[in-house]
Design a protein around this ligand. Structure first.
Ligand code: AMP
Ligand code: MG
Length: 317
């Protein structure tokens, strides 16, 4: 079984990382499955444990913008501005890498995706470790990301050694990814909105999310629970002729009769915080269908709609 570590055992977690072992750790977005980003052997364990294809590059977590500079060829003006405004925080920057990161961690690419997470335990861990921690979400590949230590244990408990328990994640969806190797280009919407970045950069970030799988690992189906997801408007569910199928669940701003019903806030921030836990509960209850009414407003609505669309997409397998 997985061993749960608390804030007092940061030193132990650091020892494990230094010994090339994996440690799951909390961030403000979701829990990460961490390994020493300079160690090919440690990084290989992440891909093996998650069942993640080896060409899907990992995000490297560091303690500060100063630390981030040690991993890249150039930390330019755009990176400076974004780091100042949003780090520590849910923003990942793709930059030209130098020789420090294990090439297995970046899927053999010439770039590195890097961020400073905004979580006290993650920052303590990174500072004590003194290096970079490669960390994708601590779940099986293609499944719903974990937003609590219990979720990590439920997914990876049999094969993972240690999870550092930092409570529930405050953002609840993954980081925004921006490619800064050319004109600033959005690869994945997330916890920092495009509008906020436009303001800080004084330009319009290019939308790179629409093209054919621009970022490796950006697949159409992802964040997927077992239940079939249908995205609907509340009015549809409340219409007189609507027929609720058997063994269904509903995620909506109000209770809906005739199904297992979860109520969610209308704002994207509150919604994001609870979304993955609800998707997991739907699976625990072995529901066949889950009707989801999306949030209606909020800075990170794009990120929530993106995850809902991917959860609803036809499965690749
Ligand atoms: P996750 O799957 O949540 O761990 O997020 C990692 C994602 O970041 C990957 O699936 C890629 O889409 C993106 N990414 C990571 N490293 C790079 C990189 N070097 N260049 C471009 N995208 C990257
Ligand atoms: Mg993931």
């Amino acid at each position: 079984m997985v061993k749960t570590l608390t804030g007092e055992s940061i030193d132990r977690a650091v020892e494990y990382l230094k010994a090339g072992e994996l440690v799951a750790f909390p961030t403000e977005t979701v829990y990460g499955l961490g390994a020493d980003a300079t160690s090919p052997e440690a990084v290989a364990k992440i891909f093996e444990l998650k069942g993640r294809p080896s060409d899907h590059p990992l995000i490297v977590h560091v303690a500060s913008a100063a630390a981030a500079r040690l991993w890249v060829r150039e930390f330019g003006e755009h990176a400076e501005k974004l780091a100042k405004a949003f780090w520590p925080g849910p923003l990942t920057m793709v930059l030209a890498k130098n020789g420090r990161v294990a090439s297995e961690a970046v899927g053999g690419k010439t770039t590195i995706a890097i961020r400073v997470p905004n979580h006290p335990l993650a920052l303590q861990l990174l500072e004590s470790f003194g290096g970079g921690i490669a960390g994708p979400s601590a779940n099986m590949f293609g499944k719903v990301s974990p937003t609590s230590a219990a979720h990590v244990a439920a997914d990876l408990g049999d094969s993972l050694g240690y999870v550092l328990d930092g409570g529930k994640c405050k953002v609840g969806v993954e980081s925004t990814i921006i490619d800064l190797t050319g004109a600033p280009t959005l690869l994945r919407p997330g916890g920092v909105s495009v509008e906020a970045m436009n303001k800080v950069l004084g330009l319009e970030v290019v939308d790179g999310t629409a093209g054919e799988s621009r970022a490796p690992g950006m697949m159409k189906s992802h964040y997927a629970p077992n239940a079939k997801i249908r995205i609907v408007a509340l009015e549809e569910l409340q219409a007189e002729d609507f027929e609720m199928p058997d063994n269904a669940g509903v995620v909506a701003p109000v209770v809906v009769e005739g199904a297992v019903s979860w109520t969610m806030p209308q704002d994207a921030e509150g919604y994001a915080r609870g979304l993955y836990a609800v998707l997991r509960e739907a699976d625990y209850k072995k529901l066949d269908t889950l009707f989801i009414v999306p949030p209606s407003e909020g800075d990170i609505i794009e990120a929530v709609l993106d995850r809902l669309t991917k959860a609803a997409a036809p499965r690749v397998k």
